[in-house]
Design a protein around this ligand. Structure first.
Ligand SMILES: [Fe+2]
Ligand SMILES: [Fe+2]
Length: 128
């Protein structure tokens, strides 16, 4: 049961970046599904591994795309990426929490990431 869905309003019009954003939505839905129905740790650990790659690969692709367009907001945007990277690292380090608690925390991070960063900052970057 998905809690987040791709919509055309999220599109940047760049195939590779849109594919990355779709992957983030898929990851969010997988963590949610596992929390509701599966309760095993594998979905959480798989999601964290995916996201650790994501914050390297996707952020580099997106920043290169902005740089190629001499985007005036690149420095601030890079800072937002850094903050998301820090949030993820913090979550990975929260070993005192159960996997279920970490899954809930991760869902909140991904929700803010999707609704706060992708839907606004990334979209604004494509409009400029
Ligand atoms: Fe993005
Ligand atoms: Fe971004």
């Amino acid at each position: 049961m998905p809690i987040a869905m791709w919509t055309p309003e999220l599109s940047l019009g760049v195939e590779s970046l849109d594919a990355d954003h779709r992957q983030l939505i898929d990851t969010l839905n997988q963590v949610f599904d596992a929390l509701l129905f599966d309760r095993s740790s594998s979905a959480l650990h798989g999601a964290l591994a995916t996201l650790n790659d994501y914050v390297t690969g996707h952020f580099a692709r997106e920043e290169a795309w902005m740089q190629a367009r001499n985007h005036p907001d690149l420095v601030r945007h890079r800072q937002e990426h850094e903050a998301l990277r820090d949030q993820l690292a913090l979550l990975c380090a929260m070993r005192e929490l159960s996997d279920q608690e970490r899954s809930v925390e991760l869902l909140m991070v991904l929700r803010d990431w999707l609704l706060g960063h992708i839907a606004h900052s990334d979209r604004d970057a494509s409009a400029a």
